[in-house]
Write a protein that binds this ligand. Structure first.
Ligand code: FES
Length: 408
């Protein structure tokens, strides 16, 4: 189910001002990335709104693994969604005793915390199978009004706060979010989010840009800071002849006029005051991306995130989050704007254009052009970070042949 590879063929290498782009058309330059069709292991993923996880078991699929999620005593729990007895999904079951989940078929009853088989209801209280079976469990946390699950390779889950964007961890924020099941591989969703050229073309008809300025590309430098890579805009617009075709410019697409192009964060086109929580982070660019597939778009007064959550090789969850760092009564305009416009214009129509791309593409093979440097740098980041993770796993005695490729 992973991305197919194409024969390298006689692809020619052509130098560009931004460095050499690989002539090859497949993804074999990034073997971990190529192998991560069902997602990268070793990370926390948001899977549902907290309010949607109740005492009724809910089935989800994450990185190809079937998981049952249930709430008990205010806490969310996650277990492998397959009864070890006869293979019936535990998500068809229910709660007969506090702190447990019982399989719908013969009533095997598992402790939610440990996964231990506590009772086999149909075999009486002295059933000898009890204590001999343990159902695999997952680490679960709740942040930003959502339930997050860690999928790893047997290592201890790192603190989720280490993985969240720093500004969300360090500042109270109000959140507007949308979670949607979408067709297509998560990597296309992530690459599309960070794809430098698409914002200027695919989204030229998006209503969102009537209200929000978007960066216009001319020369972008990709800069890595910590675990994020940023697109740093170095020029704002061009107006030029396309030989034999006529004049075209990218300025009009975004309705930016000097001096609004002078950015105070990246190139948001805004002249407004920057929220202190955002200013404190000193973001070098408007758009950034991080493992395991998190996009961050910084505006002066709010930040938009997209978490591309791998369901399996052919499906993903789109988790769009807008965070505003105002407090008290000043949060009201944000809520009003989110519910009245942003949810429909941005998390709806604009994001729907991205959804289309992920559904219809069949890359690779692919033939890249200059703005695709953003894709190459993202793949390189994923490759490097995964290599470091494999080394860490090996150093701690966990030998996993291809940690990015395993599926449950
Ligand atoms: Fe689950 Fe029998 S299949 S208890």
């Amino acid at each position: 189910a992973d991305a197919p590879t194409a024969a390298g063929g006689a692809a020619r290498r052509r130098p560009s001002r931004r460095g050499k782009l690989p002539g090859r058309q497949d993804w074999s330059s990034w073997p971990h990335y190529q192998g991560a069709g069902s997602g990268f292991r070793g990370y926390w993923y948001p899977v549902a709104f907290s309010s949607h996880i109740t005492g009724k078991p809910k089935a989800i699929t994450l990185l190809g693994e079937r998981i049952v999620v249930i709430r008990d005593g205010g806490k969310a729990y996650a277990l492998k969604d397959r009864c070890p007895h006869r293979g019936v999904p535990l998500s068809y079951g229910n709660q007969q005793f506090p702190g447990t989940i019982s399989c719908a078929y013969h009533g095997w009853t598992f402790d939610l915390e440990t996964g231990d088989l506590k009772a086999a209801i149909t075999d009486g209280p002295q059933s000898p199978i009890c204590g001999k079976v343990t159902q695999p469990t997952y680490d679960v946390e709740e942040r930003l009004g959502m339930v997050w699950i860690f999928v790893g390779d047997g290592e201890d889950a790192p603190p989720i706060d280490d993985q969240l964007p720093e500004e969300l961890r360090d500042n109270p924020a109000v959140i507007g979010a949308r979670i949607q099941s979408r067709e297509g591989n998560w990597r296309f969703a992530c690459e599309n989010g960070y794809d430098e050229g698409h914002a200027k073309y695919l989204h030229r008809t998006a209503l969102w840009r009537l209200f929000k300025a978007m960066p216009v590309w001319n020369e972008t430098r990709i800069e890595r800071r910590g675990r994020w890579i940023y697109r740093v805009q170095e020029a704002q617009h061009w107006d030029a002849d396309f030989p034999g075709l006529g004049r075209w410019n990218n300025q009009a697409w975004f309705k930016l006029k000097p001096p609004k192009q002078i950015a105070n964060i990246g190139n948001t086109g805004s002249h407004r005051k920057v929220n202190p929580a955002i200013a404190a982070e000193d973001f070098p660019g408007f758009a950034s991306v991080s493992m395991p597939g998190v996009l961050r778009i910084v505006y002066p007064t709010f930040i938009h995130y997209e978490f591309y959550v791998p369901v399996d090789a052919d499906n993903h969850l789109y988790v769009g989050v807008m965070a505003n760092f105002e407090k008290g009564i000043r949060t009201l305009p944000f809520y009003a704007k989110y519910l009245g416009a942003v949810r429909w214009l941005f998390h709806g129509q604009f994001s729907g254009q991205d959804k289309w791309m992920v559904e219809v593409t069949d890359a690779p093979p692919e033939r890249l052009y200059r703005p695709d440097d953003s894709l190459l740098q993202w793949r390189k980041l994923a490759e490097d970070v995964t290599e470091e993770r494999i080394e860490r796993l090996h150093a701690s005695g966990l030998v996993v042949e291809n940690p990015s490729k395993q599926a449950g």
